[in-house]
Design a binder for this molecule. Structure first.
Ligand code: FE
Length: 209
C-alpha cells in the first residue's frame, strides 16, 4: 500500500463558518462536496477538535464559503492555524457579511457561499460527517476556486522564504511550521505520538524547512 496515492486526490478549500448565540467561528476545510441535486445536499467531514464542528453540532447550521485563488496565506493562518477557543477569528477581518441564516460568510476572497442545515451527522471517530441540505447559495465573484494543489504551489510560503533563526520543520500536509527556537524544544525530542496541531498528521509527515 502506497499512501502517497492520497496526494492524487483533488480538493477545494473552504472557510466553514458557524454561530452559536453571540459566538461566531470559522475554520478551513477541504472535504466539502455536493452529494445530490434533488435535494441539493453538501457532505463534509470536520475534525472533532475544531470548535466549528462543536458549534455546528449544537446549532445544526453553517455557511460554506468557497475560497478563490486570490485568498492569500493570511486567510489560511487566520482560519486554519489557530483555534476559535482562544481567539476571535474574525477580529480585524473585513471580508465578511452575514447571510439570511445569521451566520457570517466570506466575501472578496471567496467566489460563492452556501447556507446549509444539517440533516444527518455520522461519527467517524476523528471526524464528524455532516450531511446537509442547502437552504440558500449565492455567487460572489468570477475568480477561480482555490484548490489544494493551487494552495501548495502558489499560496503556502516556500521554506526558503522563511527567516527563522532556529531549526524549522514544515508539515508536508498543511504547511504548519514548527520552530524550535520559538518553542525551545527540538523537533526530534517531541514525543513519538506528537501530531501536527492543525491537520493532526504524525511527525513523519514533517520535513526540515
Ligand atoms: Fe499539518
Amino acid at each position: 500500500m502506497n499512501e502517497k496515492a492520497f496526494f492524487s486526490l483533488s480538493y477545494g478549500l473552504f472557510v466553514l463558518t458557524a454561530k452559536l448565540g453571540d459566538t461566531d467561528n470559522g475554520c478551513i476545510i477541504n472535504t466539502a462536496i455536493q452529494t445530490t441535486v434533488t435535494p441539493n445536499t453538501i457532505t463534509m467531514a470536520v475534525n472533532k477538535d475544531n470548535y466549528t464542528a462543536e458549534l455546528i453540532q449544537k446549532s445544526g447550521k453553517f455557511n460554506l464559503s468557497v475560497l478563490s485563488e486570490d485568498a492569500d496565506f493570511s486567510v489560511f493562518q487566520r482560519f486554519g492555524f489557530q483555534s476559535g477557543r482562544n481567539c476571535k477569528k474574525f477580529d480585524g477581518f473585513a471580508h465578511t457579511a452575514r447571510a439570511k441564516n445569521g451566520i457570517l460568510y466570506i466575501t472578496k476572497v471567496a467566489n460563492a457561499y452556501f447556507s446549509c442545515t444539517v440533516k444527518e451527522t455520522i461519527d467517524l471517530g476523528t471526524h464528524l460527517l455532516f450531511v446537509s441540505v442547502v437552504d440558500d447559495c449565492e455567487v460572489l465573484g468570477d475568480g477561480r476556486s482555490m484548490t489544494y494543489a493551487y494552495y501548495f504551489a502558489n499560496v503556502k510560503p516556500k521554506p526558503q522564504q522563511q527567516t527563522h533563526t532556529g531549526k524549522v520543520w514544515v508539515c508536508k500536509i498543511c504547511g504548519y511550521t514548527y520552530d524550535e527556537s520559538a518553542t525551545g524544544t527540538k523537533f526530534e525530542d517531541l514525543p513519538p505520538d506528537w501530531v501536527c496541531p492543525i491537520c493532526k498528521h504524525p511527525k513523519s509527515d514533517f520535513e526540515p524547512a
